[in-house]
Design a protein around this ligand. Structure first.
Ligand code: F6R
Length: 616
């Protein structure tokens, strides 16, 4: 939520900042702004709307200078207005600050500052922080200096309750940018004669692949040649320079019109990458060193809890079926947002997995911390290797899916499912599963990329089906067993990018109430591959058809029964029941995509959403 970029170097800062901001637009796109140090003063441009609006504003009167900060916003405190767009200034107007996070005690601080004579231009929590830093800076005696600004920031941050990733500049100090983080990500990019701060490396990867992922309480000060990292808690802070694994090309759309479509089409490779080097045919098992658990510890697991939000939660739901089927371990899944308020009774041999593409989701991070607080080993399944969840978890498995930029999660979901299958295989094999059963799972897994390629060839057919139903005002998604969570995921994709109301249910639940909604105007999507519950699904389809409801079915190639009952059938290759969600979800992703495009929706940046939800 919200993206920030800061640049100090020898080049004109504005185009570099705007380019970085475009790469962070997935984090929020309500409004955007930039502040540049120019001729001893600060020049600011900000406006509501997308980065393209800011870009147009800037073109009319471009600010020049080689030091600047910028921001793309997902509104939390205060409406979407020009005044609430970042950067925000202190009382003197000499300090500009951009912020990702939430200052929870901003109202108390604001009231206090107003009593002291401060006046505010916006309703944001961020402006309060800018005033607070400015107040401490102005109160300090002496010449303007880096130390004075950092001390002022320290004093302000000590008064603040909440989360922040910030960058700030001061016109008295035209050769420094100061950043800090607590709870919101911030990365320092090291260039040659130039340095950067950003919420995410994708904003700076065009300029450098050397990065320092800052830790909570770090304060970073950058100039053109150097950087310094200290801790809010005192002293210097330890850091490591990492090489960014991906390049600028990986964060481009390439030949695709949208990131979402590109990411859907990447799935044969990302699914392969999720299992690469992790399967041993010889031992008929999976090797997951990142779990950092001995065989004895793995054998001692009595129960598993899986947690995540949104799409990651749907993966957790499928994980529950996978772990119970392949490993015979009692498993439960819980929304991360509920986990810490629920106080789930858990025995000491309960293992917890938190699942998060971004690794920054505030609710999932809170679930991780709560689980650790209670003494449970808590592992992460993350895509972003430098993320807070990846770093704070006691071990885990990376997805290696590459950057996912489309706001709707697609490839991360199928990677999560592969990883949950690997974990289930590993745990099954050290318990009851035979060698031949293990080999069968591996063979099935290895066939997935080719089967995904086959499904992607149906893109045109799926587009036609989507267009046929583009007048629908609502849609139902139904599935059983492994494919019940896929129904929920299909409905989520449809809702978030096409704004068509959709709901996912277990097929059998229809007759317990939902069937009341069935009319000729309400299409139902049945996920009905030829599995152990196929016949039951057919009966449920018949129930819908008897009430004149149109049916789109996802079925297994070669199955002739579906054609007799459904209006449209999309066929996927045959595979084991437990792996079918990795295949059945792809037509649903494409269905939502094509319907949203047909309706003229902004697929990669749906309204009100942001990719990385770093507020609770
Ligand atoms: C849906 C979607 C969201 C995310 C959720 C969790 O398409 O993208 O529901 O799945 O916000 O995000 P991560 O996985 O980053 O924790």
């Amino acid at each position: 939520m919200c993206g920030i970029v800061a640049y100090i170097g020898k080049s004109d800062a504005t185009p570099i900042l705007l380019d970085g901001l475009r790469r962070l637009e997935y984090r929020g796109y309500d409004s955007a702004g930039v502040a540049i140090i120019n001729d001893g003063g600060l020049v600011v441009r900000k406006c509501v709307g997308r980065i393209s609006n800011l870009s147009e504003l800037i073109q009319r009167d471009p600010p020049h200078g080689s030091v600047g900060i910028c921001h793309t916003r997902w509104a939390t405190h205060g409406g979407v207005t020009d005044e609430n767009a970042h950067p925000h200034f202190d009382q003197s107007g000499k300090l500009a600050l951009v912020h990702n996070g939430v200052i929870e005690n901003y109202q108390t601080l604001r009231d206090e500052l107003i009593r002291e004579g401060h006046t505010f231009k916006s309703q944001t929590d961020t402006e309060v922080l800018a005033h607070l830093v400015g107040k401490h800076y102005d109160a300090a005696k002496g010449e303007p200096s880096k130390a004075r600004l950092i001390d002022a920031l320290r004093a302000a941050l000590k008064q603040v309750i909440g989360t922040y990733g910030i960058a700030m500049i001061h016109s008295d100090l035209p050769d420094f940018i100061v950043g800090a983080r607590r709870g919101s990500p911030l990365v320092l990019g090291i260039g040659k004669g130039e340095n950067f701060l950003a919420s995410d490396v994708s904003a700076i990867v065009a300029h450098t692949r050397d990065a320092v992922y800052l830790n909570d309480y770090d304060i970073a000060c950058i100039d053109r040649e150097n950087f310094e990292i200290t801790s809010l808690l005192g002293g210097r802070s330890g850091y490591e320079v990492s090489k960014v694994e991906f390049s600028e090309k990986d964060v481009d759309k390439g030949e695709f019109p949208h990131y979402m479509l590109k990411e859907i089409f990447e799935q044969p490779e990302t699914v392969r990458d999720a299992m690469r080097g992790r399967l041993s045919l010889e031992e008929a098992t999976a090797k997951l060193g990142g779990l950092e658990m001995t065989a004895a510890e793995l054998r001692g697991i009595e129960r598993i809890v899986l947690s995540g939000c949104g799409t990651a939660f749907h993966a957790a739901m499928i994980g529950e079926y996978l772990l119970e089927t392949l490993a015979h371990i009692p498993t439960e899944c819980e929304f991360a947002s509920e986990f810490r308020y629920r106080n789930m009774p858990m025995t000491k041999d309960t293992l917890v997995f938190v699942i998060s593409q971004s690794g920054e989701t505030a609710d999932t991070l809170a679930a991780l911390r709560e689980s650790q607080r209670k003494g449970h080993r808590t592992l992460g399944i993350c895509n972003n290797v430098a993320s807070t969840i990846a770093r704070e978890s006691d071990g885990g498995v990376y997805m290696h899916a590459g950057p996912e930029i489309g706001v709707a999660a697609t490839k991360s979901f199928t990677s999560q499912l592969v990883i949950l299958t690997l974990i289930s295989l590993l745990l099954g094999r050290i318990r009851h599963q035979s060698t031949s059963e293990g080999i069968r799972v591996i063979e099935e897994l290895e066939e997935l990329p080719e089967k995904l390629r086959t499904i992607l060839k149906l893109n045109d057919q799926i587009r036609d089906v989507a267009h046929k139903y583009s007048d629908a005002k609502a849609m139902m998604f139904l599935g059983r067993q492994f494919n019940f969570p896929v129904a929920m995921e299909g409905a989520l994709k449809m809702k978030e990018i096409s704004y068509i109301h959709a709901a996912g249910h277990p097929s059998a639940e229809l007759k317990h109430g939902v069937i009341a909604l069935i009319t000729p105007e309400l299409p139902s999507v049945f996920i009905a591959p030829e599995d152990s519950v196929f016949d039951k699904n057919i009966s449920n389809i018949e129930e819908v058809k008897a009430r004149k409801g149109p049916v789109i079915a996802i079925g297994t190639e070669g199955c002739t029964q579906l054609e007799k009952v459904a209006d449209d059938v999309i066929y996927i290759p045959k595979c084991a029941d437990y792996l079918s969600p990795i295949l059945t979800v792809v037509p649903l992703q494409l269905l939502a995509y094509h319907l949203a495009v047909k309706l003229g929706c902004d697929v990669d940046k749906p309204r009100n959403l942001a990719k990385s939800v770093t507020v609770e």
